[in-house]
Ligand binder design. Structure first.
Ligand code: GAP
Length: 536
């Protein structure tokens, strides 16, 4: 599938629109249309149900070290600025970027790469912002143009070494930037904090600056004590939260994959330090399986453990659940979710102050006066186990997923083209979304075969019987084959048709989106039949 085909379908059928499109759009912001909102809600609800409400704390799930509890939270987007100072986001949540003085474009420093080209003893680093095979082709074309070469004298051009990151280049004077024909137009890399800043209060000044949260996780850490004190949860337990996060990404791109406003589905799982490694493995596998169960079962999904040098400064182990999105080069994967073993880093930071690495451990970062650079809350966030009489600072395992990235992956995986016979039995092309029934925006469509002979009345009756339980759709317009195709394109798993036989024996046909199989059931059995099929 080409990404353009999916993007076109998403627009045509009301899944995704560019934000503020009538004003030319706003880069990195996306709106979910009538179908998209249902799909994304279903993704979030599947996550919440599977992780929180349907979790049975009285049983040990397969692979878990013990039984555990799960609970939820819904925190504010704007929090006390000290939260971000202690978490490290204020000082460290930035990307380096380079600007091009000629094209006026801005690039993420670590996402620009290039290779050294040589012609007639002149060496130039030809840079590009694309990846994979495209990067090789683009650098080749740019070098040919730069050295004024034609195809017949292409052998005057030689390449010194493979594609390497711009971060390995010290002198930018010989760099040919991605969108310019001149050398040396890239500025030195500059830091750019990804948090959106805002001012709290009508009369507020710089001292009242606050930030839109760049992750939902910190809201959970700062409420750890509230949750423990107000409920009877005992360690091990997890707190789940779904909500919007905001990052002023330098290069938002690839449809919703890298947006500036997006939604996260995060769990902070608190456990005893002695069992945290086992819990980390449990959550890594549990979260991977969730995507498999909802349809990302092919080889486009993978679980990848980070190499030790890739780990964040606080992490003792991280794995990414990744998907081979169609906009990536062959063999490349994009992150859907990170599962991190964060040790006691976060609770300790909010207790004592911003931490920095010191030897093998962490210490509170000091300012020039020998005081904490960013002071913690000073609240005791340790946990007292009244059975073992032990007091300790829990370790945290964090499965952190993106609702928009998951939705995009489910859409990519679902996009299918095949051939089906039309009304006259001739093979015709069809596009359909093979979405898992739990995720499908509409669960069933109800059609009268024709708009007469009492069929619309019976079809409406079935529609009304289904509507309180499922998101169903009634359609009587156009040829029935066209109506099937319209539902296939938005991923509706079942179509119920009232036909001549219904008027005689009270049965209707139900058609399966994927197999095109049709079978008959009594019209009053439709709710049970759809329920059974949706949960099969
Ligand atoms: N609390 C940890 C954390 O936020 P992260 O890897 O930065 O970790 C977690 O983000 C998930 O949030 C990612 O795996 C991705 O699914 C989603 N995400 C992060 N940045 C995003 C963006 N700019 N656009 C869409 N989703 C994003």
């Amino acid at each position: 599938m080409e990404m353009d085909q999916l993007v076109a379908l998403c627009k045509r059928r009301g899944f995704l629109f560019q934000s503020s499109e009538i004003y030319g759009g706003l880069q990195g912001f996306w709106d979910y249309g009538p179908m998209g909102v249902e799909l994304k809600r279903n993704v979030r609800e599947a996550w919440w149900r599977d992780m929180v409400t349907a979790h049975d704390e009285s049983q040990v799930p397969p692979g878990a070290p013990s039984a555990y509890e799960m609970t939820g939270l819904d925190c504010t987007i704007i929090m006390h600025p000290q939260v971000w100072k202690c978490s490290g986001h204020y000082d460290m949540f930035h990307d380096f970027m380079v600007d091009c003085r000629d094209s006026k474009r801005r690039y993420r420093y670590d996402q620009v790469q290039g290779r050294w080209a040589e012609c007639d003893s002149r060496r130039v680093f030809v840079a590009t912002a694309v990846t994979g095979q495209e990067a090789l082709e683009e650098t080749q074309n740019k070098a040919m143009k730069f050295f004024n070469l034609r195809a017949k004298n292409a052998d005057r051009l030689t390449w010194n070494g493979p594609l390497v990151s711009l971060t390995t280049i010290e002198d930018f004077a010989e760099v040919l930037g991605p969108d310019t024909k001149q050398l040396g137009t890239l500025t030195q890399p500059r830091e750019f904090n990804l948090m959106f800043k805002t001012i709290v209060g009508a009369l507020g000044g710089e001292d009242d600056a606050a930030f839109l949260r760049p992750e939902t996780a910190q809201g959970i850490f700062v409420n750890f004590k509230n949750v423990v004190d107000s409920t009877r949860v005992k360690i091990p337990f997890g707190i789940a939260q779904i909500g919007k996060s905001f990052r002023n990404e330098i290069t938002p791109r690839n449809f919703t994959f890298r947006s500036r406003e997006f939604e996260q589905m995060e769990i902070e799982f608190f456990c005893h330090p002695g069992t945290s490694a086992e819990w980390y493995r449990y959550w890594r596998d549990r979260r991977y399986q969730w995507y498999v169960d909802l349809g990302l079962a092919g080889d486009r999904l993978r679980l990848r453990d980070h190499d030790p040098d890739e780990l964040s400064h606080y992490s003792c182990g991280t794995a990414d659940i990744e998907y081979a999105f169609p906009f990536l080069a062959d063999g490349e994967f994009g992150e859907l979710e990170g599962v991190a073993h964060r040790g006691d880093f976060d609770l300790r930071s909010h207790m004592e102050g911003k931490l920095v690495r010191q030897g093998d451990g962490f210490a509170v970062e000091q300012n020039e006066h020998g005081q904490p650079k960013h002071r913690g809350s000073g609240k005791d966030l340790t946990y007292y186990d009244d059975l073992t009489k032990e007091r300790y600072l829990p370790h945290v395992i964090e499965p952190s997923a993106g609702a928009d990235r998951a939705t995009l992956a489910f859409l990519c995986e679902a996009y299918t083209e095949d051939e089906v016979p039309d009304e006259k039995g001739r093979p015709t092309g069809r596009v359909f979304l093979r979405l898992h029934p739990r995720l499908a925006p509409i669960k069933a469509a109800v059609f009268p075969l024709v708009r007469k002979d009492g069929m619309p009345e019976v079809a409406r009756e079935i529609y009304r019987a289904l509507k309180p339980h499922f998101n169903v759709f009634y359609d009587e317009k156009g040829a029935v084959g066209r109506r099937y195709r319209r539902q296939d394109e938005i991923g509706t798993p079942f179509c119920i048709t009232v036909d001549g036989q219904t008027m005689q024996d009270g049965t209707v046909t139900i058609r399966d989106r994927d197999t095109l199989e049709q079978w008959r059931v009594k019209k009053e059995d439709c709710p049970d039949e759809i329920r059974r099929r949706l949960t099969a």
